[in-house]
Design a protein around this ligand. Structure first.
Ligand code: NAP
Length: 252
């Protein structure tokens, strides 16, 4: 039986898709929102809308217009703009907001030896100092921060969609979206003689094997710290199950 509540999930992550499926199983009407950045996105079950809202005000208008009862921001931990917009937009529309962000990798066995930095610019400068053969796994958007500092390096870039900035001619681009296996990650590191892996602290299991592989081979790892979430810490959960419970409590 369907529940007459309307939940907006700000998505684009595996956790957002899992939450949509779980809520759909409870008969909760869910609309998942995608930014529209990726050419062939993995789609969640239930209704989907695509494209920006037009900032926090646009989101607040959407919430009022569509009579949304609750919002779960399940976007990627590095999607800082939409997350900030959700905090402001939900407050102004008077709609409850939960932030679902999977745990980062600070508890990973190798983390104590990693180089933690606060920005992609810092990661680029440090990677250039640590080695000449670099594997960049920070995604397409921050690539512009690396092209200058790593202009002379042998760089492997792994991204879902082709980069939209000009890359130095010796850089190699691999188009792939995971999930990834440990053996294949080790092979990539070995065959490209990688000295430095650059990643952001995305967390999650999909992309963790590269970290295990790098640690096992003694490869330097540079990790970009997550941006802080600007909302109230009480509104932050790390698991899909906790987000599901929160939504069901709103419904009840
Ligand atoms: P962002 O910088 O935080 O957001 C930029 C703008 O894109 C937002 O202001 C908003 O436009 C629009 N937007 C972002 N996410 C949206 C969503 N789920 N639904 C509707 N509009 C959205 O975002 P981003 O880092 O580019 O990430 C975009 C999407 O890709 C997110 O949904 C995120 O979950 C997913 N993703 C991001 C990463 C990453 O590393 N950043 C990795 C994997 C997946 P308006 O202001 O016009 O509303």
């Amino acid at each position: 039986m369907s529940v007459s509540v309307s939940v907006l999930i700000l998505g684009g992550t595996a956790e957002a898709r899992a939450l949509a499926a779980a809520l759909d199983g409870h008969g909760v009407a869910v609309v998942s929102s995608l930014a529209g950045r990726v050419e062939r996105p993995r789609l969640p079950v239930g209704d989907v809308r695509v494209g920006g809202f037009g900032g926090a005000d646009g989101l607040a208008d959407y919430l009022a217009r569509e009579s949304v009862d609750a919002v779960v921001d399940a976007t990627h931990p590095f999607a800082a703009t939409i997350s900030a917009n959700a905090v402001v937009g939900c407050a102004s529309a008077g709609v409850p907001l939960l932030r679902l962000a999977r745990p980062g990798w600070s508890a990973h066995p190798g983390a104590a030896r990693w180089h933690w930095v606060d920005s992609h610019d810092e990661a680029a400068l440090l990677a250039a100092r640590l080695g000449e053969r670099i594997w960049l796994t920070t995604g397409r958007q921050p690539l512009g921060a690396f092209t200058g500092p790593l202009a002379g390096a042998a760089v492997v870039v792994r991204v879902v969609d082709p980069p939209d900035v000009a890359l130095p001619s010796q850089w190699r681009v691999i188009l792939d979206r995971g999930p990834y296996e440990l053996d294949a990650e080790r092979e990539l590191l070995v065959s490209n003689r990688i000295e430095v892996l650059v990643t952001k602290d995305s967390g999650g299991a999909y992309t963790q094997p590269k970290l295990d592989a790098a640690d096992s081979l003694g490869v330097e790892v540079v990790v970009v710290r997550r941006p802080d979430w600007p909302g109230d810490a009480a509104g932050l959960v790390e698991s899909v199950a906790d987000a599901e419970s929160w939504v069901l409590a709103q419904v009840g």
